[in-house]
Design a protein around this ligand. Structure first.
Ligand SMILES: *Cc1c(COP(=O)(O)O)cnc(C)c1O
Length: 489
């Protein structure tokens, strides 16, 4: 039984301090501070002892789940383990202490890192040029669409529509919309992929681009990608690939070779930056030659053996981030790439795909699979078998918490009702994956024999089941003296 950790305000007692300094024994010169904006106190500021502070925050830190603690099969998120060596490299003083305003001749090493990262990402993905500025996948998508729009505008017509399959990640339609395009949905066929004939019917000269996630959110590879690209290109449109989950393909094949024109990557998924806590991340965007002139300024270039910032790019869409993006995330990505090397990177994809298929095959008798196509980095089960007993995906997800495992992504993609989208990632050992499989099998059994225990889960967690809408939309984050926090959440 867990005891609710009080708010630090609730354990506050007047006069308590973390430490006390000895009485001052020299004359006090108050006038030195006279014109400074000092406050005399903060209303309601908690007063606690040092041990109370330490224990309060230590206990709170242990109520959270993290990748260093266990398996985290959140689909489309690549919650993999990130080697600590990359953190170590990124924390070298030369990186952390270099000032973003430093003139380029004082930070030649940093600029070389940016340039090298751009070149290696281009090599890995088969693209011609990269910008490292965007700080997330979604920002990369918006930037990619802006590049397409600029190029089409220069050709004389920015066009109106962006085609997006119904299996796409939810950020894709948002990005296209924010960039001023109308989104038209392309239906998946029974394999869970784009139907080339359906696409051909939608593809007109009003269409600016097709945004495609490959492998898509079902974990299925769009095997017809070349044909799809041909259809879109033949009408003057662009192929935007969402490459957030590059761990499915890395080292094995290259989006650029599939005739993709623009791609974003999520360094915080594939390239060793822990994520899920709100950042920082990086969503670099790679392009083919035709779109290169529109990339954000400044661009790092090498002239006469010196790296410099090139601002002289008349067609550039401008900046999308202050300075050069999230520099330390890029350092970690480079460290990751160098420490694995080409063979290691290929192994990433091979093991990611192997692990996902192992999960899919091991659970296919216990959980319904709407699409039985072999998957890449993730697979999507549904609660169809369990619904017979009144148990839904949310119940299964919550019950997993009792088994000490983070739930998979739920109710996404929308084309699978009651979805449980599972991505084991390449970093999990067989033992940990088997533990997950055993837990899922056990829950399937419970759903049949004792559905109530699943429906009322979690039983062992710090808080029981929350009203998720209220928890997300009206979280109580601030102490309010007039409104005591409810005793039990
Ligand atoms: C995670 C993800 C995104 C969004 O990336 P953010 O960095 O969270 O903005 C986009 N597309 C796919 C396929 C993803 O998995």
């Amino acid at each position: 039984m867990m005891i609710r950790e009080p708010l630090i305000f609730e354990i506050s007692e007047k006069g308590k301090r973390a430490f006390f300094l000895p009485e001052i024994d020299v004359p006090v010169k108050k006038e030195i501070l006279q014109n400074l904006p000092l406050r005399s106190g903060i209303k309601g500021f908690p007063e606690v002892s040092e041990v109370e502070i330490v224990r309060h925050f230590t206990r709170l830190s242990r109520t959270n789940y993290c990748i260093d603690e266990g398996f985290y099969p959140l689909g489309s998120c690549t919650m993999k383990y990130n080697p600590k060596i990359n953190e170590k490299v990124a924390s070298i003083l030369g990186f952390t202490a270099s000032h973003p305003c430093a003139p380029s001749d004082l930070v030649q090493g940093n600029l070389e890192i940016l340039k090298t990262a751009e070149e290696l990402l281009a090599e890995i993905t088969g693209m011609d040029a990269y910008t490292l500025q965007p700080s997330a996948g979604a920002q990369g998508e918006l930037l990619g669409m802006m590049l397409i729009r600029s190029c089409l505008e220069e050709r004389g017509n920015p066009r109106k529509i962006v085609l997006i399959p119904d299996s796409a990640h939810g950020t894709n339609p948002s990005s296209a919309h924010i960039c001023g395009y109308r989104v038209q949905e392309i239906k998946s066929n029974e394999l869970g992929t784009i139907d080339a004939d359906d696409l051909a019917q939608h593809m007109t000269e009003d269409v600016a681009a097709l945004m495609i996630t490959n492998p898509n959110t079902l974990g299925v590879f769009e095997a017809d990608i070349k044909k799809i690209a041909e259809i879109v290109h033949s009408k003057g449109g662009f192929i935007y690939m969402d490459g957030a989950n590059l761990n499915a393909l890395i080292g094995v094949c290259r989006p650029g070779d599939m005739d993709v024109d623009v791609i974003h990557l999520n360094l915080h998924k594939t390239f060793s930056t822990p994520h899920g806590g709100g950042g920082p991340g990086a969503g670099p965007v790679g392009v083919k030659r035709e779109l290169e002139p529109y990339l954000p300024v400044p661009v790092v270039v090498k002239r006469e053996n010196q790296y410099i910032f090139d601002f002289d790019r008349p067609k550039s869409i401008g900046r999308v981030h202050s300075f050069f993006g999230n520099f330390l995330v890029i350092v970690k990505a480079l460290s990751y790439i160098f420490s694995l090397g080409p063979i290691g990177l290929k192994e990433v994809a091979e093991v990611a795909v192997l692990n996902s298929n192992y999960v899919r095959k091991s659970l296919e008798d216990d959980y319904h699979l709407k699409y039985t196509t072999p998957t890449y980095h993730e697979c999507v089960f549904s609660d169809k078998f369990q619904r017979e007993f009144g148990v839904q995906n949310i119940d299964i997800a919550k019950r997993l918490i009792d088994y000490g495992i983070h739930p998979p992504t739920m109710s996404f993609p929308l084309i699978v009702q009651g979805a449980l989208m599972t991505e084991p990632t390449e970093t999990e050992s067989k033992r940990d994956i088997d533990m997950f499989i055993d837990a899922m099998k056990q829950i399937a059994k419970e759903a049949k024999e004792n559905p109530e225990v699943v429906k009322s889960a979690p039983h062992t967690s710090y808080v029981r089941r929350l009203d998720e809408t209220t928890a997300a939309r009206e979280p109580i984050l601030r102490w309010n003296e007039n409104k005591k926090i409810e005793e039990e959440v």
